[in-house]
Structures are given as structure tokens and as C-alpha cells.
Ligand binder design. Structure first.
Ligand SMILES: C[S@@+](CC[C@H](N)C(=O)[O-])C[C@H]1O[C@@H](n2cnc3c(N)ncnc32)[C@H](O)[C@@H]1O
Length: 458
């Protein structure tokens, strides 16, 4: 406890009064661990039956479950590599629940990496609609890409922009926007002691100014009638109710509404302050009131503004004939049905399926213009890991299935080629019928195409 910054302790004592000792006590306790079942891969009920962990439901997220860290290590299980679940702090599951995106909608996750909430939004959208995931940090985008691929997300576009560069491009375009804002991270102090060292009163002021500018950038992108969720993992009033109060003064067309499931949480802090009283409709997740690290969540609705969908879909450069041909040959040789209607685009020789209706991305930092299908080389097509993880075994002509405890499966994950007599060609490797990656059969061997950067240590 002594390692908590002194100014922080003073701030929390003033804020919490009688509750301060109970709050402080949580730093003496181990964090609560949880995972969220990825319904793009498996239903919640099947997941609960199949996952070999002791699971306990999280009251505010019907796909979320606590697990016992002293008993289970879901991060090291092969089902994690197959994307059956995402390991996430239980309180961090609240913002995507509050946004509640629907299949077919246009959804923006403006501060997305490493993708905990993006994968949750994607599960809710069930592969339908357009999910734009933006992350300004190039380094952090790598984890975002990896997590979206592992979870089998096919309807995401990944951008790497300063939010201010997106406002006019997507004016009035989104039905829902999530801003899981960069913050002073007070809710991370228990799990990640380094965040304590970065914290100062000044850092909370800097964070608040940045949060207002991100909200400003997001505001024009939401269609009238749309919903915006603002969340942080800090307890700081300046960065939560304070930031939103500054924003609402400038944008009266936004109204705070109740956070769904807020009976599990405490209200936003407005008493004794001069912030907009309707911010009591926001939700505070306190670690001494529930099992989680803590979060702040507010839902805002936009009543008026620029009408959406004015942007014309961007024109894509045509995919040249050679690339089309090698991809078609791959589909004919490997898949049992063609689930990819296009449209397609090439970045260098990398082929993507791009969501229809997407405005032009010209001039923006684009990490993934759509779903990455693979590399169209001169004479053949090399399918992506993303494609393997988004397929189901009934969609391919050749597959090799292992059970979770099989020894050859471990060798596959370690990058070894396996002895395998079978038809030549690209072969989907599955664990208990959930895709894990590609292998290529020839000459009695299954050559290993599990990505090098994901391989397990020997
Ligand atoms: C709280 S984290 C997001 C966590 C993520 N939503 C998840 O659930 O996995 C905030 C993110 O905002 C990003 N960020 C930092 N500065 C930013 C800025 N100026 N504009 C937009 N995002 C920024 C950070 O790189 C960080 O990835």
C-alpha cells in the first residue's frame, strides 16, 4: 500500500470517505481473473461445458466468467490459441455490454488495442456490419491484429489514426462508437504496479485534456440517434465525470442515459460537485463493491447533428487478373464452398475482402483494409492465418483433427512438420474441430504453416 503515490492516497481518501479503508484493503487481495467466451466460435452454453476450467458467471456480462487463477491457466491452453475465449478483466467487460452493437450496424472502436473490447463488440455483431477498430500506437496495433485474427473476426477494418483525422471522413457514419480512452490507469494499480510510477496529479490533467479532444473528434462521426460509450479504467473524477462535463457543455446534442445493467454498479459521482447532474446516470465499477479492477462507463445518445451515410463508398483499385486466378484456384482446390463474395482489394500482393459501403481510406494509416485472405503470389496463393481461424471444418476439403491433449498437436504448435499420409494440398489443422492454423500436405508430411511468431516454446 505504501507504494501507492501519496497524492493518490489523499485523493481517494477525500473521494471515498468512510469507504476508503475497504477500497484500500483491495490492494492486499489478488486480482479477480476472468475470460469471455467468443461466441463467433462457440455458444456460451457449449463453452461452459467444454472448457476445462472452473467457471463462475459474471453478473454484468452473459458471456463472461471468473476462473480460478490458482487452479487454471486458460492463457496457456490450446483453446486460447483457437480463439474460443478472450482473457479480460471482469470490469472491462462492461463498456461493450453498454454499447450493445447489433449485427449489421456500423461501429467504431476508437482506442482499440489490444482488442479486448473490439473482440467483444465483434462477437455481438456476429460477423455482420462493419467494425472499424482504430489504434494510434503502431506497437499496440500488432496485438490488436493478432487478437482479432485469433478470434475469427471477419468484418473489421483496422486503422492507425489520430482520431482527429477520422472526423470528416466518417461524418455521421457510425451507429455506435466506443471510446475506451487512454487514462491515468488508477484501476490498473493492483495488477500492473508500473502504472503507479507513471501517475501524478499532472498526468491526470494531461489525460483529461486528451480525452476531451478524443470525444470532440468522435462527436461528428456518430449519426443522430446513435449511441456513444465513454469508458476509462481510472477512478479519477477529473477524467470521468469531469471530462464528460467539459464535453457536454460544448455538445448539448449529447445526453447521458442509463447504463444497461447498472443495478450491478454505483452511479457517477456528481454530488457536491458542479458537474452536469445527469452524469449520475454513468456507472462506476469499484473494486471494493464487485469482483473486478474497476472501471467508469457512460452512455451518451446523440439527438441531432449531421445525417449519416452521405459518404460514397470508396473506389477500390481493381485486383489484377493473376491475383484473381491464384485465389480462385486456391478456393477450388481447398475450400468446399466459397464464402467470400468480395469486393476485394490488394495491398502489394496481400489480398483483402473489404466491407461494401466503406468510405475511401485514401490518405489514412490503414493496418487492415478488411479481412485478410492471404498473399497472392505469382503462381500460387498462400492463405492467411486469419483465414484459417475464421473457417469452420465443413468449409474445407482437407482437415487434420487433434484432441486437446494429443502429443502431435503440441509438436504442431511448436512448429514441427508431422508425418501425415493424405491428399496433397492446404489442410486445415483443428483441435476438437476448432481451427488452429494451416498445414500443407505433400510426400507423407504435413508441413507446418503455424505462424512463427505464435509458436509455442519447446
Ligand atoms: C485503455 S486503452 C484501450 C484498451 C482497449 N480498448 C481494450 O479493451 O483492449 C487506450 C488506448 O488509447 C490509445 N491512445 C493513446 N493516445 C491516443 C490518442 N491521442 N488518440 C487515440 N487513442 C490513443 C492507447 O495507445 C491505448 O491503446
Amino acid at each position: 500500500m505504501d507504494s501507492l503515490p501519496l497524492d493518490y492516497r489523499k485523493q481517494m481518501n477525500t473521494l471515498l470517505g468512510d469507504e476508503y479503508p475497504a477500497f484500500l484493503q483491495t490492494y492486499e487481495e489478488p486480482p479477480h481473473r476472468a475470460l469471455r467466451i467468443n461466441t463467433l466460435k462457440i455458444s456460451t452454453a457449449d463453452g461452459v461445458n467444454r472448457l476445462p476450467f472452473q467457471l463462475e458467471p459474471i453478473p454484468w456480462c452473459d458471456t463472461g466468467f471468473f476462473y480460478q487463477h490458482d487452479r487454471d491457466r486458460p492463457g496457456k491452453h490450446v483453446y486460447h490459441a483457437a480463439g474460443l475465449y478472450y482473457i479480460q478483466d471482469p470490469s472491462a467487460m462492461a463498456p461493450a455490454e453498454a454499447l450493445d452493437p447489433q449485427p449489421g450496424e456500423k461501429v467504431l472502436d476508437l482506442c482499440a488495442a489490444p482488442g479486448g473490447k473490439t473482440t467483444q463488440l465483434a462477437s455481438k455483431m456476429n460477423g455482420k456490419g462493419i467494425l472499424v477498430a482504430n489504434e494510434i500506437s503502431r506497437e499496440r496495433r500488432k496485438a490488436l491484429v493478432e487478437n482479432l485474427e485469433r478470434c475469427g473476426v471477419t468484418n473489421a477494418v483496422i486503422l492507425g489514426e489520430d482520431p482527429r483525422h477520422l472526423s470528416s471522413r466518417f461524418a455521421g457514419w457510425f451507429d455506435r462508437i466506443l471510446i475506451d480512452a487512454p487514462c491515468s490507469g488508477e484501476g490498473m494499480f493492483r495488477k500492473d504496479p508500473e502504472t503507479r510510477e507513471r501517475w501524478s496529479i499532472r498526468s491526470t490533467e494531461v489525460a483529461a485534456d486528451l480525452q476531451v479532444s478524443i470525444l470532440e473528434a468522435a462527436a461528428p462521426m456518430l449519426r443522430p440517434g446513435g449511441r456513444l460509450v465513454y469508458s476509462t479504467c481510472t477512478f479519477n473524477v477529473r477524467e470521468n465525470e469531469g471530462t464528460l462535463d467539459r464535453f457536454l457543455k460544448l455538445h448539448p446534442q449529447f445526453t447521458p442515459v442509463d447504463v444497461p445493467g447498472s443495478n450491478h454498479f454505483l452511479p457517477g459521482l456528481t454530488e457536491g460537485t458542479d458537474v452536469n447532474p445527469s452524469l449520475s446516470r454513468a456507472a462506476r465499477l469499484w473494486p471494493h463493491h464487485l469482483k473486478g479492477e474497476g472501471h467508469f462507463v457512460a452512455v451518451l445518445e446523440k439527438t441531432e447533428g449531421e445525417e449519416g451515410a452521405r459518404q460514397k463508398p470508396g473506389k477500390l483499385p481493381p485486383v489484377h487478373r493473376d491475383a484473381k486466378n491464384v485465389f480462385q484456384t486456391f478456393i477450388d482446390d481447398t475450400l468446399s464452398q466459397d464464402p467470400f463474395p468480395g469486393p476485394f482489394t490488394l495491398f502489394g500482393d496481400h489480398l483483402y475482402q473489404v466491407p461494401r459501403e466503406l468510405p475511401s481510406l485514401k490518405g489514412l494509416v490503414v493496418e487492415r483494409p478488411g479481412f485478410y485472405l492471404g498473399q497472392a503470389k505469382r503462381r500460387h496463393f498462400a492463405p492467411s492465418h486469419a483465414l484459417a481461424l475464421a473457417l469452420t471444418p465443413d468449409r474445407v476439403q482437407r482437415r487434420v483433427n487433434f484432441s486437446a491433449g494429443d502429443e502431435p498437436l503440441l509438436r504442431y504448435l511448436q512448429g514441427e512438420a508431422l508425418a501425415h499420409e493424405g491428399e496433397k494440398g492446404w489442410t486445415l489443422v483443428t483441435v476438437d474441430h476448432f481451427p488452429l492454423g494451416w498445414g500443407k500436405v505433400s510426400g507423407g508430411l504435413l508441413k507446418n504453416h503455424y505462424p512463427k511468431w505464435l509458436r509455442w516454446d519447446r
